[in-house]
Design a protein around this ligand. Structure first.
Ligand SMILES: Cc1cc2nc3c(=O)[nH]c(=O)nc-3n(C[C@H](O)[C@H](O)[C@H](O)COP(=O)(O)O)c2cc1C
Ligand SMILES: Nc1ncnc2c1ncn2[C@@H]1O[C@H](COP(=O)(O)OP(=O)(O)OP(=O)(O)O)[C@@H](O)[C@H]1O
Ligand SMILES: [Mg+2]
Length: 511
């Protein structure tokens, strides 16, 4: 069978593994369901084109395993699977013609449905028993979140099993398969289209545009030239999330929910580590982070230490994720049994951990052959919410999941480096504002002598944080004024000093 042979003969180990896994899923589906009770959802797109040929190969391998050749090779080389195409008037004519021609060439039993997906499937299921439907959904597709290779249809949809044999395939895997097997594909992909929706929302991908001489028509490179698969949908118009339509999104992706707080950002810090809780490791990164955040005008609202426990991390994040603009989380990142931070993040956001090819590539670079198996466990990242932040000075990019910033720093020197990189990134989540400044006064007055004056001062200066602490019970009381306005801090400390005898307070040098 030509597909199986092409993959076996190629030298691409990764593609061979993906092929084996996908055809395994397909063969299992053919064992589980009657052939007439499964359907293939085909729309002429690149993903469903890959799936078509995997189905042909999977069907062949399944028949071969069952020993059903009967001397008639032709019967096993064809996979006359029931095929459904949801046709709309907004489909590209090239997609329509490719779908029809392909269905005819491979003897697919094509059913054209001119209804929306849900109503169409309801009608289909009433007319023909359909237990499972093969789809070309891949991780990274907006509708892939939470899906597995076998995923029952969602609540509210007619009941059937969604079978997603290429769920873990990347954009690069798809093109590696198409080019290795030399199978025909829709001509739009040779004209710079990288993912195809309707004629109203799809354009060639601008990243493939070839600069043209004035007067010439714009030309585009073929889809397989796109090097960063995460940008395959760059030619698709974005659908606005209606829920958040009224919330301004700032250039760094942070939501500015309160117009009166446009100049105030808050962060919280979560340290993960049983060692810190057992007292065997002293946690210093949190304190350094507080100083750094204050220096760029951010307020730190909360700092916690949690043990290496997925549920505890998820609970903590669930509390903080809506309260703060950014949450810094460090500790428990890696491949060990105790490295559960990413799983905690995934749980807090209700997504699963999925292999991230780009991250895997970075890890492979630094670890060489030291990782085992086909799958690098460290490259599993929360699906659909992860952004990798690159910087030339970092061997591995920083990981950001929604508003959670994961830091791999294990000491304050490493933190310094990651922090500097984070600030320099043009997509930095850290908006830099006027720093917090502070003034410290020391006094030997009794607490009861100054308590009332301090309370009144707090009411008169709501913009200044006035805190008190001592370094020893018998030592002086230290009063700390923190705010962003130097003059207001001076005024508040002056008013306090004036209420008592001259010399009752002395200023401590900051730092
Ligand atoms: C055969 C088939 C089954 C589907 N099943 C579901 C489902 O169970 N739940 C769901 O939310 N969407 C389902 N969808 C809709 C898809 O998730 C998605 O909206 C569709 O592929 C369109 O993607 P697009 O919006 O990127 O064009 C299904 C679509 C097809 C074609
Ligand atoms: N109109 C449709 N008719 C039948 N199946 C569809 C239709 N639209 C989507 N699908 C199913 O959903 C899968 C995912 O769609 P998606 O648009 O992400 O991929 P594609 O169309 O194959 O490739 P591309 O991303 O290049 O458009 C398809 O592979 C197909 O199985
Ligand atoms: Mg498509």
């Amino acid at each position: 069978m030509e597909i199986d042979r092409a993959i076996r003969d190629c030298s691409d180990r990764r593609l061979q593994t993906k092929y084996q896994n996908a055809t395994y899923v397909i063969q299992r589906a053919f064992s589980l369901y009657d052939f007439q009770q499964v359907a293939f959802s085909f729309n002429g797109g690149k993903d469903s084109t890959v799936l078509l040929h995997l189905l042909r190969a999977g069907y062949f391998l399944y028949k071969e395993e069952m020993g059903s050749f009967n001397g008639n090779m032709d019967s096993v080389l064809k996979c006359p699977i029931r095929t459904i195409y949801f046709e709309t008037s907004s489909a590209f004519p090239e997609i329509n013609s490719f779908t029809y021609e392909t269905a005819a060439s491979y003897d697919l039993q094509l059913d054209i449905i001119r209804l929306d997906f849900k109503s169409g499937l309801e009608t289909l299921l009433k007319e023909k028993t359909t237990k499972a439907i093969f789809l070309g959904t891949r991780i990274g597709d907006p509708n892939a979140i939470g899906q597995e290779q076998f995923s029952p249809s969602s609540t509210g949809w007619p009941p059937f099993m969604r079978v997603n044999p290429i769920l873990d395939w990347s954009y690069r895997d798809v093109w590696a398969f198409i080019l290795t097997c030399k199978v025909p594909y829709c001509s739009l992909y040779d004209r710079g289209y990288t993912s195809i929706g309707s004629i109203y929302d799809t354009e060639p991908n601008a990243l493939l545009c070839i600069p043209h001489q004035s007067g010439d028509k714009e030309n585009f490179k073929p889809a397989y030239c796109l090097s960063d698969g995460r940008l395959e949908r760059a030619g698709r118009a974005k659908k606005l999330a209606s829920k958040n339509e009224n919330i301004p999104i700032m250039s760094n992706g942070l939501k500015n929910t309160n117009p009166h707080q446009s100049c105030s950002f808050s962060a919280s810090i979560i340290a993960v580590g049983d060692e810190i809780l057992f007292g065997s490791v002293e946690e210093k990164i949190g304190a350094t982070l507080c100083k750094k955040l204050n220096a760029i005008g951010w307020r730190v609202s909360h700092i916690t230490v949690v043990g290496n426990d997925i549920d505890l991390i998820a609970d903590e994040l669930e509390h903080r994720k809506c309260k703060d603009d950014l949450i810094f989380l460090f500790g428990a990142l890696g491949p060990l049994h105790s490295d559960v931070s990413l799983a905690g993040v995934a749980k807090a956001f209700g997504v699963r951990l999925a292999p991230d090819e780009e991250f895997e590539e970075y890890l492979r670079h630094i670890m060489g052959n030291h990782s085992t198996g086909n799958r690098n466990e460290m490259a599993l990242l929360p699906e659909g919410i992860t952004e990798l932040l690159h910087h030339d000075k970092l061997v591995v990019p920083l990981i950001k999941c929604c508003n959670v910033m994961l830091l791999s720093a294990t000491n304050t020197d490493e933190l310094e480096q990651q922090w500097d990189c984070l600030l320099q990134l043009c997509s930095s989540p850290l908006v830099q504002m006027g720093p917090f400044i502070s003034k410290q006064l020391s006094t030997k007055l009794y607490d009861v002598e100054i308590a009332a004056v301090l309370s009144k001062l707090c009411l008169d200066f709501p913009d200044i944080h006035i805190g008190c602490h001592r370094q020893s019970r018998a030592g002086p009381l230290i009063i700390n004024f923190v705010g962003k306005d130097h003059e207001r801090i001076e005024l508040a400390s002056h008013i306090l000093s004036q209420k008592f005898d001259f010399g009752a307070f002395s200023e401590l040098s900051s730092g």
